[in-house]
Ligand binder design. Sequence first.
Ligand SMILES: [Fe+2]
Length: 420
Amino acid sequence: MAYYRSVGVVPRTRHTAFRDPSTGSGRSGPLRYEELMGEEGFSSDSTLLYHVGVPSAVVDSQVWDLPDLSTTPNHPLKPRHLKLHDLAAPGSTDVRVDAVTGRRLVMGNGDVRISYVLADEVSPYYRNAVGDECVYVESGRGTVETVFGVVSYRTGDYVVIPRATTHRWLPGEPSRLYAIEANSHIAPPKRYLSKYGQLLEHAPYCERDLHGPAEPLVETGTDVEVLVKHRGNGPSGLVGTRMTYATHPLDVVGWDGCLYAYTFNVEDFMPITGKIHQPPPVHQVFEGQNFVVCNFCPRKVDYHEGSIPVPYYHSNVDSDEVMFYVGGDYEARKGSGIGIGSISLHPGGFAHGPQPSAIEASIGVEYFDELAVMVDTFRPLELGEAGLAVEDPAYAWTWAGRGPSTDTSDGDGTAVFSNS
Ligand SMILES: [Fe+2]
């Protein structure tokens, strides 16, 4: 996290006796239990939290079987179109789904996983000990209760939750959540930060746009279960454990530091535009190890008299590109069958760009009403079970206007090409 924050009550001096002032005299009340939550072995951002109970007091530990995290290589190589809204429709089932156990894996690799869920139920307490999470709220609103306090979320928010933050999701209405789970940390791009971590003037957002908890959340209770996703030797390299705590883990009366959960709304991203087409890095909002997160927001576009506002064809020689289309009408994908709720995967080793008709149509256009979230990864992405379940097999052939000339079926006699 980029900057210091202090919430609730903390002692004047760190690592000194800090007692509950409401019982006994100031020198005889029960001690608070100090926990340092820090990154990179005491060498990066950290926060000091003060618990009512002992944060390590567990009374049970059982296996938590994670959802299906198996993946299938994108082979034979082709661009993919996945229709995430086909995964879940509001009211389509009586089963209530929560934002943690209901996630379904769309795609992933050894650095990052992308999952999707339409959540309408309070989740279990949960922490991801594998990496930071950046959950984009496609639609919905609610709150996330964390060990740092409560953050509210709404449509267009990125909810950034540091590794090992105990929390739970409480949708105030059905919420479509696009979960980007890193195996690393997720932070603003380094080039936008001063050497001391402040967002610089040329950054497309600033600290005022980041919203952390405003006050502590002090829960009480005993034998509280927390689902922990952590590193292991399973097929995905991930395993789960259900830990039971003697006292409530969300019992922090105060904390201070630079590591905490926060939200950033895509509306507060100030697009960087130019006289001619600007490359994807100007749309970057976060980065993790071996991947970046960008957003393409509604914006005025290029003002050179001969400019072509949609992108030129480009080869991602070092990365796979995942676009999630969440608002407006994405100019470069017109004619492809892609709509709101779609994902496109354009892998490395394949030059991609606009559908041909979109190029001519964009000339002279002054404003793009489009909203999309992009994840670019430096290692190839594989498809999860949810991604495979909602693929539009015609997409790969939409630039050419026709599919395979010798075999127009997907193997079961179903035509796979429709000229959308
Ligand atoms: Fe691209």
